[in-house]
Design a protein around this ligand. Structure first.
Ligand code: F6P
Length: 341
């Protein structure tokens, strides 16, 4: 079979492990051809192909990023790019397409599947907010990076008697904030799942600093927002493409804390550091398992599905069921972050 492959949306560590597994399983086990498209859906529109052979996947397991490159681009019917996708797939005789991506890429994949293309999706996003899977590629590494950063910030916070606000990624869900906050021993974690009340944040910090400490760590997810009607009016700041403006909520939270408590406060925005560098073993293994499962599924004729981790098992979930849904942090995990503060 001729199988197409793309990585779309934001990059993350572990993508190359998945690509490598797809090439090894596809070529070695079944004798398929794997045709990579550069720059995600944009490469399909442009017919920008990269047939993948064994030499392309040498020494890539520990490399961050994606050897196929990626782009924030989604085909749409309105501008003819959906037609262009279908034309390229036909011209290149692609019999099935593996799409590795987060919510936007998978939503587009579902639409392309509706147009009759055989699709198998693989979830990746450091935000870990794809529904139907316990883990997405990249999340584990991002939590490691954020935790290490919080550990480092801890010592400087303590030395200077400061409040340190750490902004992490997470547009619609606070998985990185909650997990790195718990692991790094943050005093306060602000996540999109629970709109916060700045009065309570301030009271908590004042109490803590009076009672037993003179420094604090506050972890804020970029998509966190203040509760409506509470003492801090805040509208989520969106950029040109509807993306969250990095640093906006962190800056505001740090400024409010400084102004209301008088405590010396600093902000660190971790930003794309969380998406770069070498993947953890967990992400390498997850990417490898998803890659093998995707090729197996296509070969067995199971398409319009997404590979998913559920418990210990890799399973296939129907793509239409997960496209457009956001997996948020469950209450019990949010509670642990609260209890330990
Ligand atoms: O990939 C998801 C994500 O990491 C979000 O948390 C963040 O808002 C976004 O990517 C940033 O994207 P970009 O690299 O396009 O600025």
């Amino acid at each position: 079979m001729r199988i197409g492959l793309l990585t779309g949306g934001g990059d993350c560590p572990g993508l190359n492990a998945a690509i490598r597994a797809i090439v090894k399983q596809g070529l070695g086990e079944y004798g398929h051809q794997i045709i990579g498209f550069r720059n995600g859906w944009k490469g399909v529109v442009d017919g920008d192909i990269q047939p993948l052979e064994r030499q392309h996947i040498r020494n890539v397991l520990s490399m961050g990023g994606t050897l196929l490159s990626t782009a924030r681009f989604h085909p749409r019917e309105e501008d003819g790019s959906m037609d262009a996708v279908l034309q390229t797939l036909e011209a290149e005789k692609i019999e099935a397409l593996i799409c590795i991506g987060g919510d936007g890429t998978l939503h587009a994949a579902s639409k392309v599947a509706d147009a009759g293309v055989k699709i198998v999706a693989i979830p990746k996003t450091i935000d870990n907010d794809v529904a139907g899977t316990d883990l997405s590629i990249g999340f584990h590494t991002a939590v490691n990076i954020a935790t290490e950063a919080i550990d480092r910030i801890h010592t400087t916070a303590e030395s200077h008697n400061r409040v340190m606000v750490v902004e992490v990624m997470g547009r619609h869900a606070g998985w990185i904030a909650v997990n790195s906050g718990i692991a790094g021993g943050a005093e306060i974690v602000l996540a999109p799942e629970e709109p916060f009340d700045m009065d309570r944040v301030v009271k908590f910090l004042q109490h803590r600093h009076k009672a037993h400490a003179n420094f604090s760590i506050v972890v804020v997810a970029e998509g966190a927002h203040a509760r409506q009607g509470s003492s801090m009016e805040y509208e989520v700041q969106l950029g040109k493409y509807g993306e969250i403006v990095a640093g906006a909520i962190g800056e505001r939270v740090a400024a409010e804390i400084q102004a209301r408590t008088g405590f010396d406060t600093r902000l660190t925005v971790l930003g794309h550091v969380q998406r770069g560098g070498t993947p953890t073993p967990t992400d390498r293994i997850l990417g490898s398992r998803f890659g093998v499962a995707a090729v197996d599924a296509i070969t067995a004729g199971e398409t319009n599905v997404m590979t998913a981790l559920q418990g210990e098992d890799i399973v296939l979930v129907p793509l239409p069921e997960i496209a457009g849904r956001v997996k948020q942090v469950p209450d019990d995990l949010l509670r642990v972050a609260r209890v330990l503060a």
